[in-house]
Design a protein around this ligand. Sequence first.
Ligand code: FAD
Ligand code: MLT
Ligand code: ZN
Length: 475
Amino acid sequence: LTSKRYPKLKRGPFATLTDADVSSLERLVSGRVITDKSDLDGYNTDWLRTVRGASTIVLRPKTTEEVSAIVSYCHDRGLAVVPQGGNTGLVAGSVPVFDEVIISTQLMNNIISLDEVSGTLVCQAGCVLAALDDHVAQRGLTMPLDLGAKGSCHIGGNLATNAGGVRLLRHGSLHGSVLGLEAVLPSGEVLDCMSTLRKDNTGYDLKQLLIGAEGTLGIITKASILCPQRPNVVSVALLGCANFQGVLDIFRETKTKLGEILSAFEFMDTASMEMIGENLRLINPISASPFYVLIETGGSNKEHDEEKLSALLEGLMEKGKAMDGTLATDTTKIQAIWGLRERMAEGLLHDGYCYKYDVSLPLPSFYQLVEDMRERVEGSAKRVVGYGHIGDGNLHLNVTSSEYSQHTMDLIEPFIYDWVANYKGSISAEHGLGFKKRDFIYHSKSPSAVALMKQIKNLIDPKGIMNPYKLLPSK
Ligand code: FAD
Ligand code: MLT
Ligand code: ZN
């Protein structure tokens, strides 16, 4: 619990919610206020169940105007707020640390328009990613991002965290796919940057500041997003590999041989595969190997794409780069293979406690971190597993134990952050800093960069009410 585990953290100088505040806020979003303790629990607890806040209120606006009215009220009263989408974030950014007012985008789930010629989707921030993808699929388009949490995460949360996921390799980051954005600033003012244009070089690109700001600069209320054409032929291959150098060789060969049809290149180690078998009873369809790669292609010509992928796999087998492999072209088998990779985070929770890390590293040193960590926590952890978006240089390193142990934590941190900084990596590749990692920001950002971030925060949120205790360091 926050209070037990972070005894040195002091509540900010914010007002405390009174009965009069509750009545005033209830008038702004009548019938959409949660104050019942048992109903508040889920909103106060993060997805990993490692941080629990003590908020006494959740507000569920439906429109930008309602968000604006709520934030204006909180701003004037000096009440701190925390924006919450699907609450699938992995760094405890979406839950209150103390008693912040929770503003949930759950009911802001309208799709406003879809221009199928340009591929521009305009929607409210609370739309669930999978629902948006189903919607645009009907017009032959795809969302430019995909991740294991798609059934619950909101597009607003995706934008606020600048979520990466399994298709970043193909479609790039959200900084490129978002054409426009609307947000409510900490003063309650609405910032309208709702362009739907592909090209628009007129002044500072303010929407980029909100993307990846983890709700510290304002609440995203709407967005326009460029949706690429949906591939009509998808194939997936799962390959086993004897060593990590083999994984890198396969990646190189895959890019050369598949070119434009490559849509994902993911990686798992044998400890991850064993874990998902034990904890979720998912079956590995190929023989056990030290490493696995998942390759997905998405294109428009079935014969051409399958021919290219089969030729790649045959070549890799012949050269001995792949020990074993399977190719899936039908939806059920494709989904089963993707499940092995996408359900890793869920599987790990079955161990008890999960110490979760998400780093970017140069590929030659990528797996060494997992090996060094394994050696370091031997005897103090249940498992150390590595998987991730290797095509983007992004490693997910997870250590598990039956319950939280300060001793294990002390073995992991700050060792891992020092290690990553030493290898010129990033301590948070895609999950953000949130509450858990904010004090390690200097391992990846220079003092001058952090100083400017603080100035920007002070300029936009001088009272500091918008998602306090997140992203920026405590000192
Ligand atoms: P929340 O968890 O509710 O919030 C996340 C942060 O954004 C918080 O700081 C919150 O205050 C802020 N926020 C939320 N909504 C708004 C808004 N409208 N305006 C301003 N701020 C807001 N992340 C990846 O990058 N890649 C992955 O592959 C990936 N896979 C995942 C798989 C699983 C199973 C899980 C549980 C999580 C995964 N995540 C991944 C982490 C997570 O960041 C994403 O799931 C997602 O982007 C969070 O969206 P959300 O709506 O749940 O946001
Ligand atoms: C993933 O890629 O599976 C997610 O980022 C979640 C995780 O890191 O476990
Ligand atoms: Zn990920």
